[in-house]
Design a protein around this ligand. Structure first.
Ligand SMILES: [Cu+2]
Length: 347
């Protein structure tokens, strides 16, 4: 009998293990590659999250969208200008997808904004992302609030930590000029960098900032930006780029991590962010050093379990369980060293 129980528990353990594996990968694609039906279903799922009541208990939060935004608000000073900037935002993009799936029944592809394609537009009004039947267009009036599209009436309320909730809407000032940081030439320069320790700064300062500033308004607010649905399209794109960079040298880049784990004083001062206290610095799994390691813990504000950087390095692994599709026109041109000779290569 004891042996039977032992075998049964072994079997259950195996089944549980199998469940944790990545069985069905979430597909990530540029927005314009979704079918019209998929686009509609995605927008409806976003609206669903924006209507579901908050369950987090955070002061001022009223909807699940607020709960999702809070995860970023509470640790803005912890997850930018650091090596775990890319892994944390990879997990955050995934969490957004998990919530759409688990709470709103959305099983279609997750869209990202193909910013390199749009960086050649003379006006972002022409972008497929900023159409009335997509995410709406630019803002107007003194507060630059958007007036068209499915999110024009979205009410947000959360402010920085310590500031009382106060209602606002999505503001935007679309400006294609700033998307230059996402141009082909800019991308190529980041893809050229061979180690993560150097590469993350290129992605953070150059390509990442471009999309935030080009959308402007709420999306250019370093703390509150995830209140804007386009934030997740922007970070989905950035993650697609990091993953592409990783795939150019696998398996080495599945474990290539580094960079400081505390933002510079200059960055914190510039963005008026509080210095991360010991509750963050002692919590990060990096054994006290100022280097991001694979053991660094990514805090998820109780939306989903906390994971480590190592858990999210492989987008096809059990934690993220996703795959990225790229537009047909997507290429990167880098110069690589082949047998001691610098050789241009296109991927
Ligand atoms: Cu962020």
């Amino acid at each position: 009998m004891g042996r039977l129980l032992y075998l049964a528990s072994l079997l259950l353990g195996l089944l549980a293990g199998a469940q944790a594996e990545c069985m069905e990968k979430t597909v990530h694609k540029p927005w314009y590659m979704l079918t019209p039906a998929e686009q509609t279903a995605f927008i409806e799922a976003e609206l669903c999250l924006m209507e579901l009541p908050s369950t987090s208990g955070y002061e001022g939060a009223q909807t699940r969208w607020d709960d999702l935004q809070f995860n970023h608000i509470v640790q803005t000073q912890v997850v930018h200008d650091v090596g775990h900037f890319l892994p944390w935002h990879r997990y955050y993009v995934a969490i957004h997808g998990f919530m759409l799936r688990d709470e709103c029944g959305y099983t279609g592809p997750l869209p990202y904004w193909d910013e390199t394609a749009d960086s050649t537009l003379s006006s972002l009004d022409e972008s497929p992302v900023f159409q009335e039947d997509a995410f709406g267009g630019t803002g107007s009036g003194p507060q630059r609030y958007i007036t068209d599209g499915p999110f024009a009436n979205l009410t947000l309320r959360l402010q920085r930590i310590g500031e009382p909730a106060d209602e606002y809407r999505i503001s935007r000032s679309l400006n294609s000029f700033f998307l230059g940081g996402a141009s082909q030439a800019s991308l190529n320069s980041c893809f050229q960098v061979q180690t993560y320790t150097a590469a993350w700064e290129c992605w953070h300062g150059q390509t990442h900032s471009a999309g935030h500033i080009a959308v402007g308004g709420l999306n250019s607010d370093v703390v509150l930006s995830p209140g804007e649905p386009v934030f997740f399209l922007h970070h989905g794109w950035l993650d697609a780029m990091w993953w592409k960079w990783q795939t150019l040298d696998l398996p080495g880049r599945l474990t290539d991590m580094g960079g400081r784990n505390v933002a510079t004083d200059m960055f914190l001062r510039l963005l008026q962010l509080p210095a991360p206290g010991p509750e963050w610095r002692d919590y990060d799994g990096d054994e006290g050093g100022n280097t991001t390691t694979l053991n660094h813990v990514l805090y998820a504000a109780n939306l989903y379990p906390n994971v480590t950087v190592g858990d999210v390095m492989d987008v096809g692994g059990e934690t993220i369980c996703a795959e990225y599709f790229y537009s047909d026109s997507f290429t990167v041109e880098v110069t690589t060293l082949v047998d001691g000779i610098l050789t241009p290569a296109t991927f």
